[in-house]
Design a protein around this ligand. Structure first.
Ligand code: SAH
Length: 389
């Protein structure tokens, strides 16, 4: 275990109990890692799988690590309130300062809401279907500290938008681009389908493992940049890639993992279903001069099923599905494709164990490590290497 993690004194958060976002904030950091380790082992035990964890990578900087802030907006007693939603509720806990986010993001949030309140832009009311503003999202580049701001609105009209944009860019030099996203649906999903750029070029740039990435409002991007570099390095180490390998990067987002390993192998095939992420994967490949990654926009299961029918030679499959995990059909196709190695990256230990159970008919678990991407919360990232029996 990384001895640097010893944080003797915990930072205090005035709304810890009410907010509920950081379940373990009152515990010593070391203890939180032990709890997470035990949780992963328990998830595996439930599926009757033995789990020997090689290492847990705690964070050197367990505070202010998040590069993305999602703030809900509500009217409470005729006052505009902004902050995080209390877990499993429709209630927003007013934000003062969140210790998981940078000073930069916290300050920008304050300025933005100051402007919103002064301009009398009304929060959206789900029940009455009145008002406009649903969320404000701030995404920060770890490398440049520049930010992308997204206003999520219930309809296309955003009153005083020119004035709002002007005030924000005047007061916040780190805001590089501003987007309006329209989400009229009754849903807990934050972003809708339509994006409109209000200022700048619509994306920010970040660097990871020596490569540059353009990030938009919608594309998936890991929330903890320092720990992401550790995770991606582990993918390289676990993969022990050979120059002639053909590798699949499934659930590839804007292409990060595939691009990072592309120099080590013959070809990477990336598959991702989000069209905006895919279009930025193409841009990112060009930007980084990467030519041996084939980027496919498709449902990962549908794509793998077809690949398995063609009996294509695949040496390694890297998969990094959402928290809900993969599908039985995807996993069956993996078994059919019969790669030498499978690297499963997961932010849901329960669905990971469920999915591994299917793969263990033909594979052995060689190594499992954990990376604490989500310090103080109950979540943990797992990486597992499977080798053909
Ligand atoms: N590997 C990437 C992204 C991981 S997050 C990274 O490290 O940044 C999971 C990704 O899976 C998201 O980009 C999401 O859009 C994508 N996804 C979700 N369901 C999918 C499906 N059925 N088929 C393909 N991609 C999917």
């Amino acid at each position: 275990m990384n001895q640097n993690n010893k944080t003797n004194e915990n930072k205090k958060c005035p709304i810890e109990k009410k907010c509920g976002g950081c379940q373990y904030l009152s515990k010593p950091y070391f203890t939180t890692l032990d709890i997470k380790k035990k949780y992963v082992i328990d998830c595996f035990l439930k599926e009757k799988i033995a789990c020997k964890i090689e290492q847990i990578y705690g964070a050197k900087h367990p505070y202010q690590y998040r590069n993305k802030m999602i703030l809900g907006v509500q009217s409470q007693q005729n006052k505009l309130i902004y902050g995080f939603y209390q877990e499993n509720s429709h209630k927003i806990i007013p934000l003062d300062f969140c210790i998981l986010h940078s000073n930069n993001q916290n300050e920008i949030a304050k300025v933005i809401f100051d402007c919103i309140i002064k301009l009398h832009i009304h929060p959206y009311d789900e029940d009455k279907k009145t008002g406009i503003l649903r969320y404000v999202c701030i995404r920060e580049s770890y490398h440049t500290q520049k930010c992308l701001v997204t206003f999520v609105t219930s309809k296309k009209e955003l009153p005083f938008k020119e004035e709002l944009v002007k005030q924000i860019i005047d007061k916040c030099p780190n805001v590089q681009t501003i987007i309006q996203n329209v989400n009229p649906k009754k849903t807990s999903v934050v972003l809708g389908d339509q994006d409109r750029i209000l200022y700048g070029n619509g994306y920010i740039e970040d660097k990871l493992c020596g490569l540059s990435f353009q990030i938009t409002s919608k594309s998936f991007y890991q929330v903890n940049p320092e720990q992401t570099e550790i995770l991606y390095q582990l993918v390289k180490d676990f993969g022990n890639f050979q120059k002639n390998e053909i590798v699949i990067d499934a659930y590839s987002g804007i292409g990060t993992i595939g691009f990072i390993i592309s120099k080590l192998v013959r070809e990477v095939i990336s598959v991702e279903n989000n069209p905006q992420a895919v279009s930025f994967a193409f841009k990112n490949a060009k930007e980084n001069n990467i030519r041996n990654v084939k980027i496919i926009q498709d449902d990962a299961t549908h794509f793998l099923l077809n690949l398995a029918k063609e009996q294509r030679r695949i040496d390694t499959i890297i998969m990094d599905p959402p928290r809900t995990g993969s599908t039985p059909l995807f996993l069956k196709s993996v078994l059919k494709l019969n790669p030498l190695k499978i690297i499963y990256v997961s932010c849901g230990p329960d669905t990971l164990a469920r999915d591994l159970k299917i793969l263990l008919s033909s594979y052995n678990i060689k190594k499992i490590s954990l990376v604490d991407m989500f310090c103080w919360t109950k979540h943990i990232e797992t990486i597992a290497l499977l080798l053909k029996k």
